[in-house]
Design a protein around this ligand. Structure first.
Ligand SMILES: [Zn+2]
Length: 171
């Protein structure tokens, strides 16, 4: 039986919780399983490491430090923005908005200014994952070449022979 390792394609169901509060921040339960090519930097670093050697039917639970997940929270990525800068939008705490510099969350709203946090919402947090391995198979040559999984849950190419893939999966 194939075990999860570099250049395998794994399909897993997972639930991610915040260990401090028990709050579920993400789960694949109501979706198709998460599909990924292992060993190509597609996942947060600790997630793959903890699953190495697992096989179909295995249930694995682990808690990652922020460094092994979405990295530390960078205080320099938090900025005060004058409310007039939001144009027609009234900023509210918890909103996620898009800017030229990428997405940010509103974490505070004052009378003149709002606080915009450009960190990933899970930066600086340890994360607990409950993972069930649904499928493991060796990746084929084209998947290793492209750096992503093909087929159900992976990247679908209409004309795999003619199209060039790029790394961000939008091929
Ligand atoms: Zn591809």
């Amino acid at each position: 039986m194939t075990k999860i390792g570099k250049n395998t394609v794994a399909r897993v169901h997972y639930t991610g919780t915040l260990p401090d509060s028990g709050e579920i921040f993400d789960s694949s339960k109501d979706r198709d399983p998460l599909t990924f090519l292992v060993g190509h930097g597609k996942m947060i670093p600790g997630f793959e490491r903890e699953l190495m050697g697992a096989k179909v039917g295995d249930k694995v639970e682990f808690t990652l430090s922020a460094e092994d997940a979405y990295g530390p929270h960078n205080p320099d990525a938090v900025q005060k923005v004058p409310i007039t800068m939001f144009g027609g939008i009234t900023p509210e705490v918890g909103m996620t908005l898009m800017s030229d510099l990428g997405p940010f969350r509103i974490t505070e709203v004052g009378t003149e200014e709002a606080t915009a946090d450009f960190n990933h919402a899970l930066a600086g947090k340890s994360l607990t994952f409950n993972v069930e391995v649904v499928e493991v198979r060796p990746a084929d040559e084209s998947e290793i070449l492209h750096g992503h999984a093909h087929g159900p849950g992976g990247v679908m190419h209409d004309e795999p022979e003619q199209k060039q893939c790029n790394d961000d999966g939008c091929c």
